[in-house]
Design a protein around this ligand. Structure first.
Ligand code: PEP
Length: 251
């Protein structure tokens, strides 16, 4: 059976104390028998503290929200995959649409980030998804498949087996508009068959594909019912421990 994962994306929210408090609340309220692997995607400032207090407890993991596409050196303000791994966390979110849009991240740069994340033992949660105009033009499958082809298809079979994918239609992120469960399932199935064309059916069948976009306790169960939907990447609702845990247990 494929691994179920629900990852929070705190984005640029929570100062150090607020982040520690929220993570502690998730840890305290989690039973350790959740229906999905919990991952907290936090700003860099929280990684070291949460690696000590939360990672590995009740199965909880922590993710950075980005890493550099360079290994090291004179890149002021950047944080490398190796540095992230040295904090003790095991995951990194890559290619979130906000990074693609506001920081001009390209599929080629994301391919380099993926390589560095994998080389440093981090599990990448690779985000993909189409903007509204692409959905309206009904070309979303080609658009998202191209993101996967250009960032992932150079991976070895061994590396591909380590990654998690998050499909996040941009028009559904932070807008309160969710894809219908049918739209999510259709896209996930398309992506899985695209992955199978490159890496084989068994490898594609083993790859967790998460849905993201205005997922909340009231709609998570329906969305997660899709046969190819293996969990969620959760923005706004991950800032509240009860809402986040309710989503984690929505399968
Ligand atoms: C996200 O940022 O990945 C996201 C899905 O946000 P929200 O849940 O707030 O739409």
């Amino acid at each position: 059976m494929r691994k179920k994962i629900v990852a929070g994306n705190w984005k640029m929210n929570n100062d150090l104390e607020a982040g520690k408090k929220l993570a502690q609340e998730v840890l305290d309220k989690a039973t350790g028998n959740e229906e999905a692997q919990i991952v907290l995607g936090t700003p860099f400032i929280h990684l070291t503290a949460l690696a000590e207090t939360v990672v590995g407890k009740k199965g909880i993991e922590v993710a950075a929200q980005n890493c550099s596409d360079k290994a090291s050196g004179a890149y002021t303000g950047e944080t490398s995959a190796e540095m992230i791994k040295s904090t003790g966390v095991n995951y990194v979110i890559l290619g979130h649409s906000e990074r693609r849009e506001y920081f001009n991240e390209t599929n080629a740069e994301l391919a380099a980030k993926l390589d560095l994340a994998l080389a440093n033992g981090l599990t990448p949660i690779f985000c993909c998804g189409e903007p509204l105009e692409i959905r309206e033009a009904d070309t979303q499958y080609d658009y998202v498949k191209q993101q996967l082809t250009e960032s992932l298809f150079h991976l070895s079979d061994e590396d591909f087996a380590k990654i998690v994918i998050a499909y996040e239609p941009i028009w559904a992120i932070g807008t309160g508009k969710t894809a219908t469960s049918a739209q999510a399932q259709e896209m996930h199935a398309e992506l899985r068959s695209h992955l199978a064309s490159k890496f084989g059916q068994a490898a594609a069948d083993a790859c967790p594909i998460l849905y993201g976009g205005s997922c909340k306790p009231s709609n998570a169960k329906e969305i997660f019912e899709g046969a190819d939907v293996d969990g969620g990447l959760i923005g706004g609702a991950s800032l509240n421990a009860d809402d986040f845990l309710a989503i984690v247990n929505s399968f």
